[in-house]
Design a protein around this ligand. Structure first.
Ligand SMILES: NC(=O)c1ccc[n+]([C@@H]2O[C@H](COP(=O)([O-])OP(=O)(O)OC[C@H]3O[C@@H](n4cnc5c(N)ncnc54)[C@H](O)[C@@H]3O)[C@@H](O)[C@H]2O)c1
Length: 377
């Protein structure tokens, strides 16, 4: 294993960021956030992500020299449009402002829209804690998470970080994605040639997958499949709670800042000390209407994705997997077998589904639709 001193790694990353066109201070701040992820063992969000930033900068998705625009300011809040700038350094600046305002007002919050990936959320909440304040930081991300019972992505990995100070520099720090794992964790498995555990994600057929290659590829091109919410699939591990938390982060980060969310989502983020909610009560009526309309869109997107339906793509399906699913526990009301071929395996599958209380109600193209028959029917 290669060992490198933290200061040297920070120096190297700073130089790389500067070579990519970042001003010296932004490059140093960005390097510090990345290296701090590695230093605390979060390999998924450390310097291994340099390539991602380099590609973003090269493609012009991330702007190296963007000047953020201040959209709104009160003694205890700011809303910024990041103009597509580098998330890492911008987030640090925003949290510095929040800390300074909270020092004056007792509490403060910032919301940033139109930004880019900001690395580990915990870096920013801990900045507040190191200034003897409670810190909260969240970001929404591109859609990578699949709602409970769905098989298509609708929300990001949307992390929540919370930090509170104790004595002598000790602090409590919670920093977690609201999906079971981050995309970065799947990338680590890919780099190390490992399979992913079956409870991390579902493939495009809506069933558990262990293949990091197809999962990352399908997520990239939004072909279906994605990461499960915290708590996993169905109801048994209370995955719907992770789903709810992820949507909450989308609302706080994207709706509050006027940014993007869900399928159109790229990072917006929010920091706060003590109380986030009062700061984002929209003061202007027309803004409030606009935000409510946006939330309406989020809800429509999620509803489309949340039908209690199990899709089974017969091509390459594993009868044993289906046998293993407790359909009662999952409260699945409808099953759709896609592209039914006339094989022995399909016959067995039909028998299995009917034995669990489902009835064939329709043949659409070559798909078969089964619904759960209630006892009192
Ligand atoms: N910027 C982005 O777009 C983005 C998106 C998602 C996640 N992230 C970041 O990815 C990082 C990893 O997220 P994650 O959800 O995989 O984290 P994780 O599951 O590794 O850890 C989540 C939390 O649980 C704690 N923890 C871990 N093991 C524990 C144990 N055995 N006992 C007690 N506590 C334990 C950790 O300290 C952390 O606070 C976070 O820093 C997060 O902010 C960033």
């Amino acid at each position: 294993m290669l060992h490198i001193r933290r200061a040297e790694l920070e120096e190297l990353c700073t130089k790389i960021f500067m070579a990519m066109g970042l001003p010296a201070e932004d490059a140093r701040d960005s390097a510090e956030v990345l290296v701090s992820a590695d230093a605390r063992g979060i390999r998924s969000h450390g310097v291994a992500h340099l390539e991602r930033y380099a590609n973003g900068l090269k493609a012009g998705i991330i702007k190296s020299n963007a000047t953020p625009v201040l959209l709104h300011e009160t003694p205890c809040s700011i809303v910024l449009d990041a103009q597509g700038g580098v998330g890492l350094s911008l987030a640090k600046k925003a949290m510095k402002t929040v800390i300074s305002k909270a020092g004056q007002s007792g509490m403060a919050a910032a919301s940033v829209r139109n930004s880019n990936h900001f690395g580990i959320a915990g870096y920013y909440s801990e900045m507040a804690a190191r200034n003897d304040m409670i810190g909260i930081s969240m970001t929404n991300t591109a859609a990578l998470g699949v709602p409970t019972f769905a098989r298509e992505v609708a929300f990001g990995t949307n992390p929540i970080a919370f930090a509170a100070p104790a004595l002598e520099g000790r602090l409590f720090s919670l920093d977690m994605a609201t999906t079971t794992v981050t995309r970065g964790a799947v990338e680590v498995c890919l780099r190390e040639g490992q399979k992913i555990p079956p409870f991390w994600a579902v493939g495009k057929d809506g069933l558990a997958t262990t293949d990091p290659v197809s999962l990352l590829d399908d997520m990239l091109f939004q072909r279906g499949g994605g990461l499960l919410p915290l708590g996993g699939s169905g109801k048994s591990g209370a995955g719907y709670k992770g789903y709810g938390l992820a949507v909450m982060v989308d609302i706080l980060c994207a709706i509050a800042s006027g940014g993007t969310f869900g399928l159109s989502g790229v990072a917006g983020y929010t920091f706060s000390n003590k109380d986030i909610f009062t700061q984002f009560k929209p003061e202007v009526k027309s803004v409030k209407k606009k935000q409510m309309r946006k939330l309406e869109n989020v809800l429509n997107e999620l509803n489309m994705n949340s039908i209690d339906i199990l899709f089974i793509d017969v091509e390459g399906f594993e009868l044993n997997v289906i046998k293993g699913i407790d359909l009662n526990e999952f409260d699945i009301k409808c099953i759709c077998i896609k592209a039914v071929p006339f094989t022995q395996q399909t016959k067995e599958l039909r028998k299995l589904i009917c034995s669990k209380g489902y009835k064939l109600i329709a043949n659409i193209s070559s798909d078969e639709i089964y619904v759960k028959i209630q006892n009192n029917y």
